[in-house]
Write a new protein. Structure first.
Length: 184
Protein backbone atom coordinates (compact mmCIF):
# COMPACT_ATOMS: atom_id res chain seq x y z
CA UNK A 1 0.00 0.00 0.00
CA UNK A 2 1.34 3.40 -0.97
CA UNK A 3 0.88 6.18 1.52
CA UNK A 4 0.95 9.86 0.74
CA UNK A 5 3.00 12.24 2.72
CA UNK A 6 1.11 15.12 4.19
CA UNK A 7 2.65 18.52 3.59
CA UNK A 8 4.38 20.03 6.59
CA UNK A 9 2.23 22.50 8.47
CA UNK A 10 3.35 26.10 8.19
CA UNK A 11 2.98 28.74 10.84
CA UNK A 12 0.33 31.41 10.13
CA UNK A 13 1.73 34.00 7.74
CA UNK A 14 4.66 31.76 6.69
CA UNK A 15 4.98 31.16 2.95
CA UNK A 16 6.38 28.00 1.43
CA UNK A 17 9.53 28.68 -0.56
CA UNK A 18 9.61 27.27 -4.08
CA UNK A 19 13.29 28.05 -4.49
CA UNK A 20 15.52 24.99 -3.92
CA UNK A 21 18.31 25.44 -1.39
CA UNK A 22 21.61 26.49 -2.90
CA UNK A 23 24.26 23.78 -3.06
CA UNK A 24 27.11 26.07 -4.05
CA UNK A 25 29.79 26.49 -1.40
CA UNK A 26 32.33 29.27 -1.50
CA UNK A 27 35.32 27.63 0.11
CA UNK A 28 36.70 24.34 1.35
CA UNK A 29 36.13 25.54 4.92
CA UNK A 30 32.44 26.10 4.20
CA UNK A 31 32.27 22.71 2.48
CA UNK A 32 33.80 20.98 5.50
CA UNK A 33 31.41 22.75 7.85
CA UNK A 34 28.33 22.01 5.73
CA UNK A 35 28.01 18.25 6.19
CA UNK A 36 29.88 15.52 8.04
CA UNK A 37 30.73 13.75 4.78
CA UNK A 38 32.24 16.78 3.07
CA UNK A 39 35.39 16.66 5.22
CA UNK A 40 36.47 13.55 3.32
CA UNK A 41 35.34 15.17 0.06
CA UNK A 42 37.50 18.21 0.87
CA UNK A 43 40.48 15.98 1.63
CA UNK A 44 39.89 13.92 -1.53
CA UNK A 45 39.66 17.12 -3.54
CA UNK A 46 42.91 18.36 -2.01
CA UNK A 47 44.68 15.11 -3.02
CA UNK A 48 43.60 15.79 -6.60
CA UNK A 49 44.53 19.47 -6.63
CA UNK A 50 41.35 21.08 -5.29
CA UNK A 51 38.28 22.41 -7.06
CA UNK A 52 40.40 24.58 -9.36
CA UNK A 53 42.26 21.57 -10.81
CA UNK A 54 39.12 19.41 -10.75
CA UNK A 55 37.27 22.23 -12.53
CA UNK A 56 34.15 21.92 -10.45
CA UNK A 57 32.31 24.75 -8.77
CA UNK A 58 32.01 23.14 -5.36
CA UNK A 59 32.52 19.90 -3.47
CA UNK A 60 28.87 19.05 -3.89
CA UNK A 61 28.54 15.48 -5.15
CA UNK A 62 26.56 16.58 -8.19
CA UNK A 63 29.29 19.03 -9.20
CA UNK A 64 32.00 16.39 -8.69
CA UNK A 65 29.91 13.93 -10.72
CA UNK A 66 29.57 16.49 -13.53
CA UNK A 67 33.32 17.15 -13.48
CA UNK A 68 34.00 13.40 -13.75
CA UNK A 69 31.51 13.01 -16.63
CA UNK A 70 33.08 15.95 -18.48
CA UNK A 71 36.48 14.33 -17.94
CA UNK A 72 38.86 15.16 -15.14
CA UNK A 73 41.98 16.97 -16.31
CA UNK A 74 45.12 14.85 -16.31
CA UNK A 75 46.51 17.43 -13.88
CA UNK A 76 44.50 15.56 -11.22
CA UNK A 77 46.70 12.50 -11.81
CA UNK A 78 49.83 14.67 -11.69
CA UNK A 79 48.73 16.20 -8.39
CA UNK A 80 47.73 12.79 -6.97
CA UNK A 81 51.10 11.32 -7.95
CA UNK A 82 52.90 14.18 -6.16
CA UNK A 83 50.66 13.78 -3.09
CA UNK A 84 51.50 10.12 -2.51
CA UNK A 85 54.15 9.21 0.04
CA UNK A 86 54.59 5.41 -0.14
CA UNK A 87 52.49 4.40 -3.12
CA UNK A 88 54.24 4.37 -6.49
CA UNK A 89 52.78 4.42 -9.99
CA UNK A 90 52.58 0.61 -10.10
CA UNK A 91 50.48 0.57 -6.91
CA UNK A 92 48.35 3.49 -8.11
CA UNK A 93 47.81 1.78 -11.47
CA UNK A 94 46.79 -1.44 -9.71
CA UNK A 95 44.33 0.48 -7.55
CA UNK A 96 42.85 2.28 -10.57
CA UNK A 97 42.72 -0.81 -12.77
CA UNK A 98 45.16 0.49 -15.40
CA UNK A 99 48.80 -0.17 -16.18
CA UNK A 100 51.67 1.98 -15.00
CA UNK A 101 52.35 2.80 -18.66
CA UNK A 102 48.80 4.11 -19.15
CA UNK A 103 49.11 6.32 -16.07
CA UNK A 104 52.47 7.67 -17.21
CA UNK A 105 51.02 8.43 -20.66
CA UNK A 106 48.16 10.39 -19.07
CA UNK A 107 50.61 12.29 -16.87
CA UNK A 108 52.84 13.19 -19.84
CA UNK A 109 49.86 14.35 -21.93
CA UNK A 110 48.85 16.98 -19.40
CA UNK A 111 46.48 18.77 -21.80
CA UNK A 112 43.93 15.98 -22.25
CA UNK A 113 41.15 14.82 -20.00
CA UNK A 114 40.82 11.32 -18.60
CA UNK A 115 37.79 9.16 -19.36
CA UNK A 116 34.75 8.80 -17.15
CA UNK A 117 35.60 5.29 -15.93
CA UNK A 118 39.16 6.18 -14.92
CA UNK A 119 38.06 9.54 -13.51
CA UNK A 120 35.48 7.81 -11.35
CA UNK A 121 38.10 5.39 -10.01
CA UNK A 122 40.54 8.25 -9.37
CA UNK A 123 37.91 10.08 -7.30
CA UNK A 124 36.97 6.90 -5.42
CA UNK A 125 40.64 6.21 -4.64
CA UNK A 126 41.10 9.77 -3.35
CA UNK A 127 37.95 9.43 -1.19
CA UNK A 128 39.16 6.17 0.32
CA UNK A 129 42.68 7.47 0.91
CA UNK A 130 41.22 10.55 2.60
CA UNK A 131 39.00 8.39 4.80
CA UNK A 132 41.87 6.05 5.68
CA UNK A 133 43.98 9.11 6.53
CA UNK A 134 41.31 10.19 9.01
CA UNK A 135 40.97 6.70 10.48
CA UNK A 136 44.71 6.04 10.85
CA UNK A 137 45.73 9.56 11.84
CA UNK A 138 47.84 10.49 8.84
CA UNK A 139 48.46 9.86 5.17
CA UNK A 140 51.73 8.07 5.90
CA UNK A 141 49.95 5.47 8.05
CA UNK A 142 47.03 5.23 5.60
CA UNK A 143 49.29 4.49 2.64
CA UNK A 144 51.22 1.89 4.65
CA UNK A 145 47.89 0.27 5.53
CA UNK A 146 46.91 0.17 1.84
CA UNK A 147 50.06 -1.87 1.17
CA UNK A 148 49.75 -4.26 4.14
CA UNK A 149 47.69 -7.42 4.44
CA UNK A 150 44.59 -6.66 6.54
CA UNK A 151 43.21 -9.37 8.79
CA UNK A 152 39.73 -7.84 8.64
CA UNK A 153 39.82 -8.12 4.84
CA UNK A 154 40.63 -11.85 4.80
CA UNK A 155 44.34 -11.13 4.45
CA UNK A 156 43.95 -9.07 1.28
CA UNK A 157 45.88 -5.87 0.75
CA UNK A 158 43.47 -2.92 0.54
CA UNK A 159 45.25 -1.59 -2.56
CA UNK A 160 44.41 -4.84 -4.40
CA UNK A 161 40.72 -4.63 -3.48
CA UNK A 162 40.40 -1.26 -5.21
CA UNK A 163 40.43 -2.94 -8.63
CA UNK A 164 36.66 -3.47 -8.45
CA UNK A 165 33.78 -1.33 -7.24
CA UNK A 166 32.77 -4.15 -4.88
CA UNK A 167 36.27 -4.21 -3.40
CA UNK A 168 36.16 -0.43 -2.96
CA UNK A 169 32.83 -0.79 -1.15
CA UNK A 170 34.36 -3.47 1.09
CA UNK A 171 37.16 -1.04 1.97
CA UNK A 172 34.71 1.76 2.66
CA UNK A 173 32.65 -0.50 4.93
CA UNK A 174 35.76 -1.76 6.71
CA UNK A 175 37.02 1.79 7.30
CA UNK A 176 33.58 2.67 8.66
CA UNK A 177 33.79 -0.23 11.10
CA UNK A 178 37.26 0.87 12.19
CA UNK A 179 36.00 4.42 12.72
CA UNK A 180 33.28 3.08 14.98
CA UNK A 181 35.50 0.63 16.86
CA UNK A 182 34.03 -2.55 15.32
CA UNK A 183 37.02 -4.62 14.24
CA UNK A 184 35.38 -7.93 13.36
Amino acid sequence: MITRREPLALAPGQARSRKPPSRRLGSVAEAVAATPFSQNDAAASALLGGTRVLRCESLDQVDVHNAIVQGLPTATLVHLKKSLIHLDMVDLGRALGVSERTLNRHVKENTKRIGVALGSRVWRFAELLARATTVFGGQDQAERWFLSHAMGLDGHRPIDLLQTSLGAQLLDDFLGRLENGVYA
